[in-house]
Design a binder for this molecule. Structure first.
Ligand SMILES: [Zn+2]
Length: 566
């Protein structure tokens, strides 16, 4: 019987799995992409379908499909295994509770809570909720697909249920589902009498909830799960798990404001819609979106002159080089409302989406009197920062021209003022917190790797390596050389990595033999230098012991060896 790990490896194609996270492009026998783990302009991240491995030749991260999920999702091996098992339908043995990670238990709690809420909507009390949602245009399939539920208006309905399933109150609190009372000795349900929208991570596992009021009017319209081990709202976009494939296919993403907007958009063939769930776009969210497309349609109201959080998020997207378009909706209406009344109007609005610069220009000019000096100043105050943010200089020049023309001033004046606009530094800390790079390789490791990749490119040159020198190589390289000598294919992760490297690196035919010889010579002199160091140490020891005979013998050895260095 195969182990679950091997079974998962058998069933999943690494290209497909990694391709669901990154934009992969074919490169010979392999696929390449911009590395998600370090920032780069030219792709050095490779995926090998033949070997089912990935490697980044920029930051040197690499490995199997499991390592990729661990790095990408920031989880432990066990969680990566579960994520992939879920994708393949491989059954993992249920582990005893004490062995399950905290993370895993929180996932289970969220899943059970979702089932609990789903059941409520089917009950007598849930009937009115269901009717309300159907009345808003959300159809029955969507209720199922988005797992919409209802939390009963009680203080302990959910927590009693979860505790009866064997979870501790503290765990339920960590999942964000209960609140500790002020006295600290009691817990009560966070979501009471609310319509529940589960929030999914990229793998469609429930990590949090958004609860919308139902009936009672005197409390907050929305209550959301606070930050938990699973739920970090700055990294989650509502609906992305269901939209990611469609975003890649259509090569654009529609950004809406609310959960119901996403659900209705998906119902109306806009399966590429996601929502920020009421918060402003963050750098992390934008980075995740960038994996799927560079094109972003904004379908919510935006106050262009205001210093709102929403606008800052859009500015951030512009700085990150997204192509932004604005979908104009009839004033005061949100996508959900428009779609439920007339799907065609939504489609028309999408088709008529304007570039963000057009949108800014139109709005700025329509709100000010361009004939007055004061009006010109106000307009430029809005537009200059926007123009400043355009990463492409040619595009930027175009809009400088446009602004000068419309303001009826000289281009130089616009350029002069543009220089005064301070460059923005958003979330720099996030950019700087790069994941830790692996230890740098030693010179010997680099030479050995280079040697093997050259041999793999030209197996006929294996005989350049003399048999009696084998012992000087590191064990893993020895193993590869021995197998290659017997015309066998080595079976190690290290060998797979080197094979990929050999395929990816370009080498001029005539350079190969001289390069192999160079590596061999360098390795040999490294070896000799190491030995010389060793002998010097021994000489020192012998001197301390005043062992004249030994000193003489070692010195002779030293001189003999030193001659061999080329
Ligand atoms: Zn990298």
């Amino acid at each position: 019987m195969l182990s679950p790990i091997d079974e998962i490896k058998n069933r999943l194609d690494i290209v497909e799995v990694i391709g669901s996270y990154l934009k992969l492009k074919k490169a010979g026998a392999n696929w390449r992409a911009l590395c998600p783990f370090h920032s780069e302009k030219t792709p050095s991240f490779f995926v090998s379908p033949a070997r089912q491995i990935w490697h980044c030749f920029g930051c040197q991260k690499g490995g199997s499909i499991f390592n990729f999920i661990m790095e990408m999702e920031g989880v432990e091996f066990g969680d990566a295994l579960r994520i992939l098992a879920q994708k393949t339908g491989v059954q993992l043995k249920r582990q005893p509770p004490e062995l399950r990670t905290e993370r895993q238990r929180l996932y289970e709690i969220c899943e059970l809570a979702t089932q609990f809420f789903e059941k409520q909507i089917e009950s007598k009390t849930g009937e009115a909720v269901k009717e309300y949602l159907l009345g808003r245009g959300i159809n029955k399939e969507s209720l199922k697909k988005w797992r919409i539920g209802y939390s009963p208006d009680t203080w302990g309905g959910l927590s009693d249920f979860l505790i009866s399933k064997g979870y501790k109150k503290e765990e339920v609190e960590k999942a964000g589902l209960v609140i500790k009372s002020e006295t600290g000795d009691n817990f009560y349900d966070r979501f009471r009498g609310r319509i529940i929208f589960p929030i999914f991570d990229l793998n469609s596992q429930v990590v949090g909830f958004s609860g919308r009021i139902f009936k009672s009017e005197d409390t907050a319209k929305y209550v959301n799960t606070p930050s938990t081990l699973l739920y970090d709202k700055s990294r989650i976009l509502y609906g992305l798990d269901k939209a990611k494939v469609e975003i890649r296919k259509k090569d654009f993403c529609i950004l809406v404001e609310g959960n119901t907007d996403v659900i209705m958009a998906h119902q109306a063939d806009s399966g590429n819609a996601v929502a920020t769930s009421g918060t402003a776009l963050t750098t992390s969210q934008l980075k995740i979106l960038k994996r799927y497309s560079d094109n972003l349609f904004i379908a919510f109201d935006m106050d262009i002159a205001g210093e709102t959080a929403t606008k800052r998020g859009i500015d951030l997207a512009q700085i990150q080089g997204f192509n932004l378009k604005v979908v104009r909706l009839p004033s005061g209406k949100d996508p959900a409302e428009i779609i439920s009344k007339n799907k065609k109007e939504w489609e028309r609005s999408l088709k008529a989406a304007k570039s963000i610069l057009d949108f800014y220009f139109k709005t700025a000019f329509s709100n000010q009197d361009v004939k007055t000096a004061e009006g010109k100043k106000e307009i430029s105050k809005i537009l200059l920062p926007v123009i400043r943010r355009i990463p492409n200089k040619i595009v930027q020049a175009h809009w400088i021209q446009e602004l000068a023309k419309k303001l009826e001033v000289k281009e130089e004046s616009v350029e002069e003022e543009l220089k005064k606009v301070k460059p923005e530094t958003f979330d720099l800390a996030v950019e700087l917190s790069q994941p830790q790079a692996p230890l740098p390789k030693t010179r010997r490791e680099m030479l050995e790797e280079r040697l093997i990749t050259l041999i793999l490119k030209s197996p006929q040159n294996l005989n350049l390596i003399e048999k009696n020198r084998l012992a000087n190589f590191s064990p893993q390289v020895q193993e590869i050389l021995i197998k290659l000598g017997k015309k066998q294919t080595p079976d190690s992760e290290f060998f797979n990595y080197l094979s990929l490297k050999a395929e990816v690196e370009n080498e001029e035919e005539k350079e190969i033999v001289p390069e192999i010889k160079y590596c061999l010579e360098e390795l040999q002199s490294l070896e000799i230098k190491n030995k010389l160091n060793q002998i010097s140490k021994e000489i020192k020891e012998a001197e301390e012991e005043k062992d004249l005979k030994k000193i003489e013998k070692l010195t002779q050895e030293f001189n003999q060896l030193a001659k061999e260095i080329k």
